[in-house]
Write a protein that binds this ligand. Structure first.
Ligand code: UDP
Length: 338
């Protein structure tokens, strides 16, 4: 089986490519390197002991995409290629809609034209907004996301549902909670691009003294320690869920499938708990200051991921501390390269 992985050199994409190769799938990566680097390809090969095919281009270039489908018998796609910076999406909404949705439609047009099924979409818990219930189930009503990024995820889901229904296709929407950590080999992880917005990259850079202090955005939330709560899921666990979801789709006998799964640990952790776990796991200090709340942040979001366990036989296995230990190893690796 040959799987097209768009954004396969990115953070979650690269970990998933390794898991696919480990499970004997052939992988064709398309990635424009806008948020990755070529050495990740070499590192994937080193970790998996196998070589994925790689095409460096922007998926908006339809003719190049079509050539990939001409050259390979594609059996399915996992679509990671997308812009993902929440703040930036507010400043450049058109770029986000264009990049995240045009590229998705271009791939789906090829699927339709060539009668290919099996599409897995990287969605996000951001589609739930500030949910009225916790934990969040797949059936929890969606709300309009705060950011244009979040809206591209919600719109992407709608496009895929219509695609599956109209053309009898098999589609899985995976709603990630907060992915963290790096590969145990320390050869794959999230590449730093400017000042990190996300908590764990900022904590990591503060521990390594690239940043002076972590700003904790608010300690007046209605939670036990006053800081906001999220569900931090280890990236390798997350990558493994994609393989399970793909195997389920490939084994489906119905023509039309629309599956939706939350991928999280089922456990919420506060910002202060993450800082404490990082310090304990790595025996380092993370200086911080308490600041005002960040605009658009919600108080709490954590998953009920029972459906993924029931239907995919998947469950998050790695502890927060263990995940944060891998992050620190990756940071040391990055520093050894520079
Ligand atoms: N956060 C923080 N300081 C930072 C970055 C994040 O206190 O420098 C908090 C943020 O307010 C949120 C949590 O950490 O409560 C997770 O934020 P992140 O941006 O990683 O993910 P998301 O907001 O998408 O859940």
């Amino acid at each position: 089986m040959t799987i097209l992985v768009t954004g396969g050199l990115g953070y979650i994409g690269s970990h998933t490519v390794v898991e696919l190769l480990n499970n004997n799938f052939d992988v064709v990566i398309v990635d424009d390197l806008s948020n990755s680097e070529k050495f990740i390809l070499k590192n994937i090969e080193e970790v998996a002991g196998k070589k994925p095919v790689f095409y460096p281009f922007d998926l908006k270039r339809k003719e190049l995409l079509s050539q990939v489908f001409d050259a390979h018998q594609i059996d399915g796609c996992i679509n990671f290629a997308a812009y993902k910076a929440v703040g930036e999406s507010q400043e450049k909404p058109l770029d986000y809609y264009e990049n995240n949705l045009f590229t998705l439609i271009n791939i789906l047009q090829e699927f339709k034209k060539r009668n290919i099924s099996n599409f897995i979409f990287s969605s996000s818990c951001t589609v739930y907004g500030q949910a009225d219930e916790q934990p969040i189930h797949e059936s929890t009503p969606l709300k309009t996301p705060e950011s244009s990024y979040g809206k591209t995820k919600q719109m992407g889901e709608e496009i895929l549902k219509d695609f599956a229904t109209a053309y009898q296709k098999k589609v899985t929407l995976l709603r990630y909670f907060n992915p963290i950590g790096s590969h145990p080999s320390a050869l794959l992880g999230e590449l730093p691009l400017g000042i990190p917005n996300n908590l764990v990259p900022y904590v990591t850079q503060t521990a390594s003294k690239i940043r002076e202090k972590l700003s904790i955005w608010g300690n007046d939330y209605p939670t036990e320690d006053g800081t906001a709560i999220r569900d931090y899921i280890y990236v390798v666990d997350l990558a493994k869920a994609h393989v399970k979801a793909l195997q389920k789709l490939l084994n489906e006998t119905s023509e039309t499938v629309i599956d939706i799964y939350n991928l999280g640990t089922g456990k919420g952790s506060s910002v202060l708990e993450v800082v404490g776990a990082f310090e304990r796991a790595n025996h380092v200090e993370v200086p911080y200051q308490i600041c005002a709340r960040r605009a658009g942040d919600i108080t709490i979001a954590f998953a009920n991921a029972d459906k993924a366990e029931r239907e995919l036989g998947w469950k998050a296995e790695t502890t927060l501390e263990e995940a944060l230990r891998t992050t620190w190893e990756w940071q040391k690796y990055l520093e050894s390269r520079s």
